[in-house]
Design a protein around this ligand. Structure first.
Ligand SMILES: C[S@@+](CC[C@H](N)C(=O)[O-])C[C@H]1O[C@@H](n2cnc3c(N)ncnc32)[C@H](O)[C@@H]1O
Length: 277
């Protein structure tokens, strides 16, 4: 239980503090925060100040310089935006299903990387699509990664409020989810036949090295590049090209056009790109 004084706490937050936060999150995650994000930064980080017992942003940021990796990670987790949903941007999934049917003859297993997986709704939607397209136990491997360790933990638990999962429709709900009873009522859990197709790992898209040996047939990198500046995005697109197999598909978010990378990818459909070369 929080003491009333903590709830009401008002922490000093200067322009210089905001600049320090901006520069740190840019360095750690590649995330560019606009001037307009100042209030958001305050509200997301005040819990870190409360939990670490600091009375001002300056004191918290000073301590962060010397902090262990746990607090540095909590700082990053607090600043990521994790909005997602099952079958979000639904027009992508039939395109994936068709591609899997063709690709399975060429490349076995078909490898998919879900590169900003958040709380798991997106990679589980990919696995469900693979089962619908290819049948039970499809020869498909899915690597689901994110920078934020909190969302990865929740994704691994695979438990969701029924209200959110209902959007997948009754047939998918019956086929791919177990309904919670007793104290779990109002929640669903993704069935093991789906969860077993995924491997979760922490990957920072802007880290100098990624931990992959084999290339991917498909990459979903949706609604994350919007947080990066043009140069970071361009570098990332070059690296995504390098880990995609020739002819492989890259799916991006609805507002992520990237005219910068025409030599690397050709438009295949609405926000779906095919590797060139
Ligand atoms: C808005 S969510 C998008 C989730 C999902 N791809 C979708 O479209 O529904 C953005 C995700 O990108 C992750 N993210 C932000 N910066 C990242 C980075 N540098 N490396 C990897 N993931 C990052 C965040 O933690 C967050 O979970």
């Amino acid at each position: 239980m929080l003491a009333q004084a903590d709830v009401a706490a008002n922490y000093a937050f200067t322009d210089a503090d905001f600049e320090r936060v901006r520069s740190l999150i840019r360095k750690q995650a590649g995330i560019s925060l606009a001037d307009s994000k100042r209030t958001m930064v305050y509200s997301r980080l005040q819990r870190r100040l409360r939990e670490t017992g600091h009375r001002s942003f300056t004191a918290y940021l000073d301590s962060l310089d010397k902090a262990d990796t746990t607090e540095k990670q909590r700082f990053v987790n607090a600043l990521t935006t994790n909005l997602t949903a099952f079958f979000r941007e639904a027009y992508h999934f039939p395109v994936l299903a068709d591609f899997l049917k063709q690709r399975v003859a060429v490349s076995r297993p078909v490898r998919i990387w879900c590169a900003a997986a958040s709380t798991g709704e997106e990679p589980y939607s990919l696995a469900m699509t693979a089962v619908e397209a290819l049948g039970e136990r499809p020869p498909v491997e899915i690597v689901a990664s994110d920078l934020d360790t909190d969302v990865l933990r929740r994704a691994g638990e695979a438990v969701y409020p029924l209200a959110g999962a209902q959007a997948v429709g009754n047939e998918r709900l019956r086929r791919f989810f177990m309904k919670g009873v007793g104290q779990h009522a109002g929640h669903v859990k993704v069935k093991p036949a789906i969860t077993s197709m995924l491997r979760f790992m922490q990957v920072n898209l802007n880290a100098p090295n990624w931990p992959f040996r084999d290339p991917f047939d498909v990459i979903f990198c949706r609604n994350v590049m919007i947080y990066f500046d043009r140069e970071t995005k361009q570098t990332l697109l070059g690296r995504l090209h390098d880990v995609l197999r020739p002819g492989g598909l890259l799916f991006v978010g609805h507002s992520e056009n990237f005219s910068e990378a025409r030599d690397l990818f050709e438009l295949q459909g609405k926000t779906v790109y095919r590797r060139v070369g």
